[in-house]
Design a protein. Structure first.
Lengths: 266, 400
C-alpha cells in the first residue's frame, strides 16, 4: 500500500509580528518546525505501517520554499520512506485553493495512493481547509478531526477510525482510498527519532518537483491561481492593560464585582 | 465537472446509479455525461476503475450580477438548531441590507421542517429546506451534494457557515468541489467597495490571533466564509415575521455515501451547553486539582452565572473532563462574553483559544502567571479562598 502524508513547515511560534510598513509578516529570525498536527498524522501513518503484514510505503509530501526540506528530513527520521518537496517560485503566495491544486497534481503524479494523511490544521494559517480541498480535487471522501485509526482492511477496502465531532466522538467506517485530517487526543507523545533513525533518514530518497514536473500554467498556481486575496495584514488592536489585584480575598472580590458592575457585564 | 477516461470504463453503471442529478448515462457500453454536472464528486469515488477524474476549475464568473442573496447554512443536530444559525443571520442581515439583497437560510436534515419557524423569526426571508432520511446523520458527501446543487440552482452571492467542526468539514468540501474561494474562521464581515464592486470583506485571525488579515474573493461566487461561533449576535426573534419556505428535493443515494457512523460516543455526565456556545465559561486548570470534586466550586460559579465549565489540557489528560470541554489550540477556540479562568498558568496554546473573549477574569496563586498578561481583571490568590467568597457575593447580588 502507499500512504502520502501532507506536511507543512511552519514558524516555531505563533508570536509573530507584522511589519507595519509593508504589512507582511516578519519571518526573519523566526525558527521553523514541522507543523505539530502533521507530525501527529505522520505518527499515525507510521503506526499503521508497523502493524501491517503488507508492505507499506510512506511518502511525506510538502509544498514550500527550498528550506522546507528540513521539515521533510524530520519526517524521514520519524519513519517516512520517501520525501517530495514541491518548490517553485510560481507556487508562492498560494491560498488554500491553490495549495490544494498543487498538492493534488503531485498526488496524481505519485499514483496509486491508498491513504492521504494531513494534519487537521497548520499552526500558522489555522484554516483546516487544505485536507478537505485536496479530497475534493482528487474526488475522494474525507474524514476530519481523526484522532485514531482502529482498523485498516485493504482486502475489504475500508478503515475504522475515531473522530471528534462538536458533541463528542464518533466511530466511523469509511471506504478507502480516503483523505484523513488528523488531530491528536491529549496525551499524545510523538516518536522522537534517535541517532540511528536520523542516520538512516539521510540515505532515504528525496526529490524536488517544480512546476515543470506538475504541468500546467503559472496562472494555475500560487498567488495567481488563488481564489482569495489577502488585501491587508495587521497586528490586532492592542488590548488595554488589565487590572491585577493582590489583596485579601474578600477585598479582591469586591474590586472584581465593582469592575464587572462598571463594565456592565452582569 | 468530470472527465471520463473511456478506455478504462467497463460500463458497470455504478456512476449512473449514484449520480444525484441523473447526469450520467450508459451509451454504447460506456458511461457518458449527458446532463448538467453539479460537481458533487460522488461518481468519482464510486467508480471502481478510477476512470472518472474530477475536472475542477475555478468558477470565475463573468457576470457577477446574476449572483444574488446572502445565505446562511443553518446547522442542526438531532433536530435542534445550533446557535450559529441565528448568529449568522444576525450578521447576514447587516450584509443583506447593505447590498439590498435577500437574507436566506439553508436547512438540511431529516424531519427538520419545524425549525424553519425559528429561522424566520431570526430574520431569514426565505428558508430553503432539504429534508430526507439520507441527511439524518451528517455525512460530508450527502451535505456537500445538497449544497452544491442548491448553489448551482439559486446562485447566492454570499454563503456563510459556522466554524464548528461540522462547518469546517463541510465548507472546504463544497469550496473544493465547486471551485470557490473560502475564508476560514472569520471574526468580522463587512461589505466594502473594491474596484467599483461591492464585495465581502472577511476579517480573520491567523497565527493564533497574533496577526489579523482582511481577505476578499474577488472573482468567484458565492463568496464563502466560515465564521467563528459566538462572535456575531442574533437579532431579537420575532415570531410574527413573514418568511417563505422553499422545499428542495435532492436525491442523494445510499451508494454515494462512503462513510457510516458505527457508534456515537457521547461524553459521560450531564448534558451541558457546549463551551463554544456559552456566554459565560468558567475554566479550571491544573491549579484547581485533578479530581471531579475539585471542580465543584467552578461548577457552582458557572451555574450561578448561567454558564458552563471548561478546562485546560492537563485536566483532559487526567481524565477529569472530556475532550469536548478542552479550551486552547488543541481543544476549542471560544469567545464568550465572560471568561473566568482559575488555576491555569496561561501557556500560549491556551491563550490562543480565548483571545477573543469579551472579558477575561483570571484567578491564580502565582502573581507572575502568564494568564495575567491577557486578563482584563486578575486576582492573585488561592482560588479555594477566592471562589467561595465570589460565589457568596454573587448570590447575594442576584437576590437583590
Amino acid at each position: 500500500m502507499r500512504f502520502v502524508v501532507l506536511v507543512k513547515q511552519v514558524p516555531d511560534t505563533t508570536e509573530v509580528e507584522v511589519d507595519e510598513e509593508t504589512g507582511t509578516i516578519i519571518r526573519e529570525g523566526v525558527p521553523s518546525t514541522l507543523n505539530a498536527f502533521d507530525e501527529f498524522a505522520l505518527n499515525v501513518a507510521v503506526d499503521i505501517k508497523e502493524g501491517m503484514e503488507e508492505e507499506v510505503e510512506i511518502i511525506a509530501l510538502s509544498m514550500g520554499p527550498p528550506q522546507a526540506e528540513e521539515a521533510l528530513n524530520k519526517c524521514l527520521a520519524i519513519g517516512a520512506d520517501r520525501a517530495i518537496l514541491l518548490t517553485d517560485k510560481a507556487f508562492a503566495g498560494a491560498d488554500t485553493w491553490a495549495t490544494a491544486v498543487t498538492l493534488s497534481r503531485a498526488l496524481k503524479k505519485i499514483e496509486n495512493v491508498d491513504l492521504i494523511f494531513a494534519g487537521q490544521e497548520a499552526s500558522d494559517g489555522n484554516t483546516a481547509q487544505v485536507g478537505p480541498e485536496v479530497a475534493a480535487h482528487r474526488g475522494l471522501p474525507q474524514l476530519t478531526y481523526v484522532s485514531e485509526i482502529e482498523d485498516l482492511d485493504p482486502e475489504e477496502g475500508y478503515l475504522l477510525c475515531k473522530k471528534e465531532t462538536d458533541e463528542g466522538h464518533v466511530r466511523i467506517r469509511s471506504e478507502i482510498p480516503t483523505v484523513l485530517a488528523c488531530m491528536p487526543d491529549p496525551g499524545f507523545e510523538p516518536k522522537i527519532p534517535n541517532v540511528r533513525d536520523i542516520m538512516k533518514a539521510k540515505k532515504k530518497p528525496k526529490e524536488k518537483w517544480s512546476m515543470e514536473d506538475l504541468g500546467g500554467e503559472e496562472e494555475d498556481y500560487g498567488l495567481e491561481g488563488s481564489e482569495s486575496v489577502v488585501i491587508e495584514t495587521y497586528s490586532p488592536p492592542p488590548k488595554g492593560e488589565g487590572i491585577k489585584v493582590e489583596e485579601e480575598p474578600e477585598r479582591s472580590v469586591d474590586q472584581l464585582l465593582k469592575f464587572l458592575d462598571e463594565e456592565g457585564i452582569l | 465537472m468530470i472527465e471520463i477516461e473511456l478506455e478504462l470504463c467497463t460500463a458497470c453503471g455504478k456512476c449512473v446509479k449514484v449520480c444525484p442529478v441523473d447526469a450520467l448515462e450508459l451509451k454504447d457500453e460506456k458511461a457518458v455525461l449527458t446532463g448538467d454536472c453539479i460537481s458533487c464528486g460522488v461518481c468519482v469515488s464510486a467508480c471502481p476503475e478510477d476512470a472518472i477524474e474530477p475536472v475542477i476549475q475555478t468558477s470565475e464568473v463573468e457576470d457577477l450580477s446574476q449572483y444574488d442573496g446572502v445565505w446562511v447554512f443553518a446547522e442542526q443536530q438531532n433536530g435542534e438548531l445550533k446557535a450559529t444559525g441565528p448568529q449568522l443571520l444576525g450578521k447576514g442581515k447587516d450584509l443583506a441590507d447593505e447590498l439590498g439583497e435577500e437574507l436566506c437560510a439553508v436547512l438540511i436534515g431529516n424531519d427538520v421542517k419545524n425549525l424553519s419557524e425559528e429561522l424566520g423569526a431570526y430574520g431569514a426571508e426565505k428558508v430553503y429546506i432539504v429534508d430526507d432520511e439520507i441527511f439524518d446523520n451528517y455525512s460530508t458527501e450527502a451535505y456537500t451534494t445538497a449544497l452544491t446543487s442548491l448553489i448551482s440552482e439559486y446562485k447566492p452571492n454570499i454563503l456563510l457557515y459556522g466554524a464548528t467542526h461540522l462547518g469546517r468539514d463541510l465548507a472546504p468540501s463544497v469550496a473544493g468541489r465547486t471551485g470557490l474561494g473560502l475564508t476560514a474562521d472569520c471574526t468580522d464581515l463587512n461589505i466594502e467597495e473594491v474596484e467599483d464592486r461591492k464585495v465581502l470583506l472577511q476579517t480573520r485571525p491567523a497565527f493564533g490571533g497574533n496577526v489579523m488579515a482582511d481577505i476578499v474573493c474577488p472573482d468567484s461566487r458565492p463568496q464563502m466564509a466560515t465564521v467563528r461561533p459566538h462572535v456575531m449576535s442574533p437579532i431579537e426573534p420575532d415570531r410574527d415575521r413573514e418568511f417563505e419556505v422553499i422545499e428542495e428535493k435532492i436525491r442523494v443515494k445510499e451508494e454515494a455515501i462512503s462513510t457510516e457512523v458505527i457508534e456515537v460516543m457521547r461524553p459521560e455526565g450531564r448534558e451541558e451547553i457546549p463551551i463554544e456556545e456559552a456566554d459565560v465559561v468558567v475554566c479550571g486548570g491544573r491549579g484547581v486539582g485533578t479530581s471531579e470534586e475539585d471542580f465543584e466550586l467552578l461548577r457552582e460559579l458557572a451555574n450561578l452565572l448561567d454558564g458552563t465549565v471548561g478546562c485546560s489540557r492537563p485536566i483532559v489528560e487526567e481524565d477529569v473532563m472530556p475532550k469536548s470541554r478542552q479550551i486552547g489550540q488543541s481543544g476549542k477556540t471560544i469567545s464568550p462574553k465572560l471568561y473566568i479562568v482559575c488555576g491555569v498558568s496561561g501557556a500560549i496554546q491556551h491563550k490562543v483559544g480565548i483571545k477573543d473573549s469579551d472579558y477575561i477574569i483570571a484567578v491564580n496563586k502565582n502573581p507572575d502567571a502568564a494568564i495575567f498578561d491577557v486578563a482584563d481583571f486578575g486576582i492573585v490568590g488561592d482560588l479555594n479562598e477566592v471562589l467561595p467568597i465570589m460565589i457568596k457575593k454573587l448570590e447575594k447580588a442576584k437576590e437583590n
